[in-house]
Design a protein around this ligand. Sequence first.
Ligand code: HEC
Length: 244
Amino acid sequence: MRFKVFAAGLGAGLFASALFLAGPASAAEEIETAELLIKLLQAGRSVVAGHQDLINDASKGDKGFTPNYLADRIVQKFKEQTKIDLSKPADTPQYTLLLTLLESGKEVVAEAQPVINKQGVAFKGFLPAVWGRRTGEKFGQKTGIRLKLTAQEYRFPGNKPDEFELEVLKMFADPNYPKGKGYGKTTTMAGRPVFRLMAPEYAGSACLKCHGEPKGERDITGMKKEGIKEGGLAGAISLVIPVR
Ligand code: HEC
C-alpha cells in the first residue's frame, strides 16, 4: 500500500493532531471540516438509531419525529462531542457547512414524514443508513462535498466502495489497525485536488440484528445478514472534500 499521508484520529478519540502538521498547510482546515462533518453525520445516525423503536411502532400514527425534533437532538449530541453549538451563529469557519448538512438531514426527515407516521406498519425501511445516505446525497448536491457510507459487503449499490475506499476498508479490517482511527489523505479525483477522510464504523449489538450472524439469513429488511460479530468492522463513513 502506498498511503503515507496523515492518519486522522476519529471515533475513539485518537486525535492525531500532531500528525496533521505533516500534511500540506492548505489542507489543515479541510481536515478539521471533514472530521466535523463526519461527526455530525454520525450524531444524526445515532439519533435516528435511538428512535428506531418509535419509528417502527405500528400502533402510533403521528410520532413527533419531525425535522426540528431531529435537529434539536443532533445539535445537542454534537455540542456534547465537539463543544460547537450549532443553535447559534458561531465564528467556526465550518459553521455554514455544518448547518447545510444539518439542513439536509432535516429535509430527509421532512420528506419521510408520511412514511414515519404511517400507522399499522411496523418496519418502514427508515433506518440510520438510509437517513445517512439521503442526507449525504442532498448535502453533496448543495456543496460538492461527497459524504457516504460504504462497506466491502455493501447493500445499497450506491454505497459501493471506490478503489481508494476499498483499500482503506481493507486496512480498517486488519486486526493490527488501531481500532477507531480514521484515515485521511490528500489526493486527486477527476484531476482535482481533494482531501479524503474515512472513519470506521463498528457493529454494536443493535446493528447485529441486521448485519450480524448467521451470515446469509434474512433480516427484518429482507436482506441477507453479513455475519459481522459484535465490535467487528461494519463499514465506514467516507468523505471527499475539494481542496482549494
Ligand atoms: C434494521 C436493520 C439494520 C440495522 C439495525 C442496521 N443496519 Fe446498517 N444497513 C441496513 C440497510 C438496509 C442498509 C442499506 C441502506 C441503504 O439503502 O443505503 C444498511 C447499510 C449500512 C452501511 C452502508 C453499507 C451498505 O451496506 O450499503 C453501513 C456502514 C451500515 N449499514 C452499518 C450499520 C451499523 C454500524 C449499524 C448499527 C449502529 C447498522 N448498520 C444497523 C440495515 C440495518
